[in-house]
Write a protein that binds this ligand. Structure first.
Ligand SMILES: NC(=O)c1ccc[n+]([C@@H]2O[C@H](COP(=O)([O-])OP(=O)(O)OC[C@H]3O[C@@H](n4cnc5c(N)ncnc54)[C@H](OP(=O)(O)O)[C@@H]3O)[C@@H](O)[C@H]2O)c1
Length: 220
């Protein structure tokens, strides 16, 4: 299947949490923000899950690096993300990926704001189809900015090429994991990664890059 080259970018505690049990997620430092914006300006599109928009209301534009802001892509099966969210403003193009359940009337509040709609799947967004459709629209380089459920769903379907994680020197003990899903059994099913780079940021944050060498399941 033709799909974008896909890189997950995340900032986590050393216990692998990207948000605390109350949804607190301010973990980046200045150099980490710089890397995030560099990767944004590399990408043709940035993808996020519906919960991330509901909790953080990010704008997902490039502000710390040169280059134009990529297309913002929101994965939302149930149209829970409000049309007035920053991710749908006019600062960059936006795409809402939802299911085939919704008719034009339900989608009008989004299309009225200039948001392009893609339909993939029936009850839940089919991510394989979503990436194929995005590729067809010219998205060759995709950055994913979470959250944990979207990260895991993409990784476990063999749709991720690289993972960039910055570990903040903090512990949450509970909350949303970088990869949050049904999990694997162990030896037979584990997802294998190859460490390609490490770097210390801000004197105490550890940035690590991995390429995905073996997904859990046979590729689509
Ligand atoms: N530290 C960081 O780097 C960082 C980055 C991003 C987010 N965060 C934090 O992470 C938290 C949100 O993470 P999250 O895991 O709860 O949510 P998420 O991954 O942002 O969104 C998950 C939601 O996406 C929707 N979705 C639609 N189709 C899907 C599919 N095929 N697979 C998976 N999800 C699909 C589902 O809702 P519907 O069924 O309603 O569509 C699902 O509940 C927030 O607290 C945010 O602050 C932290």
């Amino acid at each position: 299947m033709a799909r974008p080259y896909t890189v997950i970018f995340s900032t986590a505690t050393i216990d692998g949490r990207i948000a605390s049990k109350t949804g607190y997620s301010r973990l980046s430092c200045e150099e980490d923000f710089d890397l995030q914006h560099e990767l944004r300006s590399w990408a043709d599109a940035i993808m996020v899950g519906s919960n991330t928009v509901l909790v953080d209301d990010p704008s997902l534009t490039v502000r710390r690096s040169t280059g134009i802001s990529p297309i913002r892509v929101v994965i939302d099966s149930k149209l829970r993300v409000p049309p007035k969210s920053k991710v749908f403003d006019s600062k960059a193009p936006s795409i809402l990926v939802t299911t085939r359940e919704w008719d034009e009337k339900a989608l009008k509040p989004y299309t009225n704001r200039g948001v392009k709609i893609l339909r993939a799947g029936i009850k839940k967004v089919d991510l394989v189809e979503a990436l194929r459709l995005l590729h067809g629209l010219g998205v060759k380089r995709l950055m994913v900015e979470g959250g944990g459920r979207l990260n895991y769903a993409l990784l476990s379907r063999g749709l991720v090429d690289e993972i960039w994680i910055t570990f903040a020197p903090e512990v949450f003990g509970a909350g949303v994991s970088i990869f949050h899903g049904e999990g694997v059994d162990g030896e037979q099913e584990k997802i294998l990664l190859h460490l390609t780079k490490t770097k210390t940021l801000c004197g105490g944050w550890l940035h690590a890059r991995y390429s995905v060498i073996a997904p859990r399941l046979p590729l689509y």
